[in-house]
Write a protein that binds this ligand. Structure first.
Ligand SMILES: [Zn+2]
Length: 134
């Protein structure tokens, strides 16, 4: 699957984001190492701290389908510059895939590509690291 195809999926799913409080809709598409794709949108809540990012919702959908090895995450936002995953999402992504490529793009087409290792060089790791499979 190409970056453009993944970005098109993220762009499309973004229209389903539930963001009545921030007005900042986010769409994400997560590509597994086996070639499957899971999408997610941000889901906000009146109790703002309960809001969940698009990236983590995509991870949840993938894990619920038995997928835990990811190759690439793409995120689409309506912002002047591409929006990188937040710190919480970086930690959640790290749980499953250390070698994750991250592609973020604005609706206007400005794109930035990086890696999770670059975004998250010093992750929290438990003493049980290595028992999980990332
Ligand atoms: Zn996040």
């Amino acid at each position: 699957m190409t970056d453009k195809e993944l970005l098109d999926l993220a762009r499309e799913v973004r229209t389903s984001a539930y963001a009545p409080y921030s007005g900042f809709s986010v769409g994400a598409a997560l590509l597994t190492r086996g070639g499957r794709v899971f999408t997610g949108v941000n889901v906000e809540n009146a109790s703002l701290g309960l809001s969940v990012c698009a990236e983590r919702n995509a991870v949840g959908a993938a894990v619920a389908a038995g997928q835990r090895e990811f190759a690439k995450l793409v995120v689409v936002t309506d912002s002047p510059e591409p929006t990188m995953p937040c710190g919480v999402c970086r930690q959640v992504l790290w749980e499953f895939s250390h070698d994750l490529e991250v592609v973020v793009e604005t609706l206007g087409g400005t794109r930035s590509t990086t890696t999770l290792r670059e975004l998250f060089p010093l992750p929290f790791t438990s003493y049980r690291e290595g028992e999980h499979g990332a």
